[in-house]
Design a protein around this ligand. Sequence first.
Ligand code: F6P
Length: 542
Amino acid sequence: MARPTDTPAWRALQSHYEKIKDLHLRRLFAEDPSRGQKLAAEGAGLYLDYSKNRITAETVGLLLQLAKERGVAERRDAMFRGEKINITEKRAVLHVALRAPKGVEIRVDGKDVVPEVHAVLDKMAQFSNRVRSGEWKGHTGKRIRNVINIGIGGSYLGPEMAYAALRDVSDRAMTFRFVANVDGAAFAEATHDLDPAETLFIISSKTFTTLETMTNAATARRWIVEKLGSDAAVARHFVAVSTNEAEVRKFGIDTANMFGFWDWVGGRYSMDSAIGLSTMIAIGPENYRELLGGFRAMDEHFCTAPLEKNLPVLMGLLTVWYNNFFGAQTIGIMPYSDNLRRFPAYLQQLQMESNGKHVDLDGNHVGVQTGPIIWGEPGTDGQHSFYQLIHQGTKLIPCDLIGFCRPLSALKEHHDLLMSNVFAQAEALAFGKTPEELKAEGSPDFQTPFRVCEGNRPTNVILADKLTPRTLGSLVALYEHNVFTQGAIWDIDSFDQWGVELGKVLAKRIIPELESSSEPDLKHDSSTNALIRRYRRLRSGR
Ligand code: F6P
């Protein structure tokens, strides 16, 4: 495929950018009193107000033209058909099949995968009900009250984020914890106050070979066997979620207690596969089905809404607009929901592992900036920390502000305060404060330059009714397809992650050098050698 910069739409966007780059949102809103209603779209229970972006109707038209020239819709359809669009791994990309309704056919290598998806969902539901009802007992006959998911990356971030997001509909009599880091402190902290007889471990790993997960799983196994005094306890305290049956068996988990998924589910796209087992145990199969319903609603919207009304397409194109034309390096994700505290971390893997690529599908340098840096904190916390830089700093940081019309807590009086901040921040970022306004307010002249807020800081506001399982599904799918749209524009493989391999390989080489009792013959660069020697010398206190 041609480089994005070689397309007519890109060239037109470039000269359009030169014309409108200094246009202020104050002027755009003044010139069109209905802008706030016009530049908004709705789908799958989510309302997207994108009017406070530095765009005109012409910008939107050109971005949509770019989407057409880059074949976003065609690539989307190829994904939904099960074509192997992950070309570097020769794999289909079918997280959308995880929420396909029974009866829909999606084929990979000629085989309909939807019946298998539902067979796993049914097995998960049966198991979840047994754990939740107390029918599934631990080795000593006690019921399970604690669930610890051991996994990392996509086998951790989704489950942890979803549990935090949906904790108000979770079984409050149970404790859910998530261990990812190979730092022993993570395992020790997660287990220090738990009764092993009441604790179930879910070992979640697509490959079942990931160093961190396998190390923590082995520690968990020792913890259970030592505390409960028998190898037989493993059968009642461990289940596995994986695509690798042989490794699960080798670890000692009966494959009857294994929940499978498939190579066509990428790790960062797997929170609604069996990787969601901890989520289902927490919220119950009914709520889990609602979550899947939300995903599916956004899938349908992505497939059927015209591009100009298509939420993920619009958001993906706006990302390209700031990333490639304004040179913005980052996007801030600010959920105004304490339950979505881990949503930015979840989106970091989803977006940065997907679109942090430097070559296109032909293996040529992509020639433009690709995936932006994703970061964020919940509002209002961030306002008292880093928002200052967004308001008055020298960097352009487009932000997504996510809010809900109805609260989760009974403390309803808090909610108007919370939501007033969503609207106020978007307003302040867009319109700022002029010297004239400051003067009229009686601000002393000497303070004026320091108090001026230039405004023209873009935001998307995403508004939903309430943070329910269904809303969460729609929200996650919105970002999945937003990431997809960006990847299609840049013509990159959003579904591989070769960049993370090198560090893993080097760590494997260094492990024996740290563990060896005799001085190892180090053959790294002088910096790495010196660091290893220093560590070996100083670690004796361990
Ligand atoms: O860090 C790379 C990665 O492969 C992620 O893509 C993945 O989600 C994570 O490691 C965990 O992999 P696994 O589920 O195979 O343990």
